[in-house]
Design a protein around this ligand. Structure first.
Ligand code: ADP
Ligand code: ZN
Length: 610
């Protein structure tokens, strides 16, 4: 029986999606609901959650109802399913009521396998149509929205708790990518599905290279960002900033330098936000400079990189935001900037927030990650209580381990400058004194008379910034958040100053720590163990894809993901038969696109004899 289910499931997987095997736990989750039981599916973004309910929908009589909180997500999934020849539709407020009516008629007629709908609409209407249709499964996507613990709580989701009672014989599958344990544990309880089986895979996103750049400020940051974008030419990415005005500034600066970038934040008019989002999805605007308001509705599988121009406020947020890159499983890069100024801003946000204690703890865990000199993935996964007992080989620390040195004397210089200014100065003035700056306010205050004036002039400003940050991390100094951010010496600091303790810093080397070239080498070497596809052919295939997408008014990744283009570029199919057998190409897409893509391959081969 199960053997039979497995072969039927694999048959559907191959025919519609062009895949040959299941990802971890996909089949188990499918089997669970096919046997009539409830399931909670916890997988990271890109883990293949959608297939867990789409395959049961295809294998069952009747219609699977998919509950989704966002219009953009619904539209995207419906487009993708229709593109594979799967009868899917949605009922939503962006369509005319006449059209929605027609969709329901189609469902009555048994012609729709997957119906996407918002929770409020479902609950308002289901009594009218439930007796006329056979519901095979309720799939509740983004199920963390039901928990008040989470950051995306949506009151509309609460009503879904009644589904179990109203439809005792229809299995329920709840799915989420949230890594937050409190929220995860709350889902089954809130949905009244206490017997649901749990399917949880590793939350590691091995294809994302993790980088942190500490203490890069102003112009250097901008230079690093443009260098990064240049190294990722033609790829889509998101630059996150903490403040709305920074997103606008960033986009304007990039545009002035000739990059195609647009800002996005919650304060913009709705139609402008829609425009930016659509342009991003369609690969018309490859770079979006955004606050965290951007992303929830982004299903785009070919986001290749995410930059955080400021440190996020928690590891949960960071993880969710970098998770928007590389959903297709292809290599992607995350780069986070981290500075003294960020820590100060975020601490003052946390101080003023309602949940000061929790937010301060979350922030300090985030700082630990940024400052970590062990493998970043280990730090990250241990935060989520996941076992991971080897170094990943795909983060900046693994690729370029930091050098440590005895910094006792350096540290004493800084401490002495803080003490001699009576703990009445902030970071910048302290560094100015150490470096012997001739700034007027330094001279006016008579700081040039101090014995510490100029003792640290051999160390650059950026390096001092990093060392002071490390001193803060190590608990040697403290910042008076309520008193002009003046620096203060802690008890531990006094012990160092008096020569009772020694201290080590990691050497300031931001430039070499995040060399893109190195991480690229490694991701191609360790991650895939195969030579990179020919980039010229890949570009040609991308053009072919773009033309097809434009003609059909869908986003390019709806036609094929980057991963499928990569497979085509490696295998160079020239016939329909060769094309049809490739990974990620099902029957419908073979029929629709084989000619255009094999033609592109032939064109390429003709000009590049092997
Ligand atoms: P999630 O919803 O968990 O973020 P998706 O369902 O969107 O993930 O799947 C991510 C990507 O992986 C999609 O491109 C999907 O087609 C692909 N995928 C899913 N399951 C498989 C599989 N068994 N084999 C190969 N690719 C898969
Ligand atoms: Zn690592």
């Amino acid at each position: 029986m199960d053997g039979d289910l497995k072969s039927r499931a694999l048959g559907v997987l191959n025919r519609f999606y062009g895949y040959n095997s299941f990802y971890p736990l996909q089949f188990e989750a499918i089997q669970c609901v096919m046997q009539g039981n409830d399931a909670v599916v916890l997988m990271p973004t890109g883990g293949g959650k959608s297939l867990c309910f789409q395959i049961p929908a295809l294998l069952s009589d009747g219609c699977t109802i998919v509950i989704s909180p966002l219009l953009a997500l619904m539209k995207d999934q419906v487009d993708a399913l229709q593109g594979m020849g799967i009868p899917a539709a949605s009922v939503n407020s962006s369509q005319s009521e006449a059209f929605n009516r027609e969709v329901i008629e189609q469902v009555y007629a048994g012609r729709i396998k997957l119906l996407y709908i918002s929770p409020e609409r479902l609950l308002a209407e289901i009594d009218q149509w439930s007796e006329f249709i056979k519901i095979s499964l309720f799939a509740i996507d983004e199920a963390h929205c039901i928990s008040q613990w989470g950051h995306d709580f949506r009151p509309e989701y609460i009503q879904l708790a009644t589904l179990r009672q109203r439809f005792p014989n229809v299995p329920i599958m709840a799915l989420t990518a949230t890594a937050d344990r409190l929220t995860r544990n709350d889902i089954a309880r809130q949905l009244n599905i206490p017997d649901a089986r749990l399917f949880m895979t590793s939350f590691d996103r091995a294809n994302i290279t993790l980088n942190v750049a500490s203490n890069v400020s102003g112009n250097d940051k901008m230079k690093m960002i443009t260098r990064f974008i240049d190294a990722h030419r033609g790829e889509s990415g998101i630059i996150y900033s903490l403040r709305r005005k920074d997103t606008e500034k960033m986009a304007a600066r990039l545009r002035a330098l000739g990059y195609n970038a647009a800002p996005f934040h919650a304060g913009m008019p709705a139609d402008e936000k829609d425009r930016v989002q659509t342009a991003f999805l369609n690969d018309d605007t490859p770079i979006v400079c955004a606050t965290i308001a951007f992303g929830m509705g982004i299903n785009k599988s070919n986001v290749r990189w995410v930059i955080h121009s400021n440190m996020p406020k928690s590891i949960e947020c960071y993880y969710q935001e970098i998770g928007r890159a590389g959903r297709d499983g292809m290599p992607a890069t995350a780069l986070m900037f981290y500075s003294f100024a960020d820590v100060i801003t975020l601490k003052s946000f946390a101080q003023d927030s309602g949940q000061k204690e929790i937010n301060m703890t979350k922030l300090s865990r985030m700082q630990q990650y940024a400052e970590s000199d062990v493998c970043r993935r280990r730090t990250l996964l241990s935060y989520f209580n996941e076992r991971y007992d080897h170094d990943c080989g795909n983060c900046d620390v693994c690729l370029n381990p930091p050098e440590r040195f005895d910094a006792t004397i350096l540290c004493q210089m800084a401490l002495s400058a803080i003490v001699r200014t009576h703990e009445k100065e902030g970071v910048t003035a302290i560094i100015d004194i150490l470096r012997g700056s001739g700034k007027t306010d330094i001279i006016a205050k008579g700081y040039d008379k101090l014995r510490t004036y100029g003792v640290g002039r051999d160390t650059t400003f950026a390096a001092w910034n990093s060392y002071l940050l490390q001193m803060l991390q190590l608990g040697i100094i403290d910042v008076a958040y309520d008193d002009h951010y003046h620096l203060r010496v802690t008890d531990y600091g006094w012990e160092i100053l008096r020569g009772m303790k020694q201290v080590k810093f990691s050497k300031f080397t931001y430039k070499s720590r995040t060399t893109e070239a190195k991480s690229r080498e490694s991701r191609q070497g360790t991650l895939q163990n195969m030579p990179p596809a020919d980039s010229e052919l890949f570009e040609l295939l991308k053009k072919t894809r773009l033309a097809l997408a434009r003609a059909r008014h869908v986003a390019p990744y709806i036609i094929f993901s980057d991963k499928v283009l990569d497979v085509i570029a490696r295998n160079k199919p020239t016939t329909r038969e060769e094309f049809a057998t490739l990974y990620g190409i099902g029957e419908k897409k073979t029929e629709m696109f084989w000619l255009q893509f094999t033609t592109a391959v032939k064109e390429y081969l003709a000009s590049h004899p092997q």
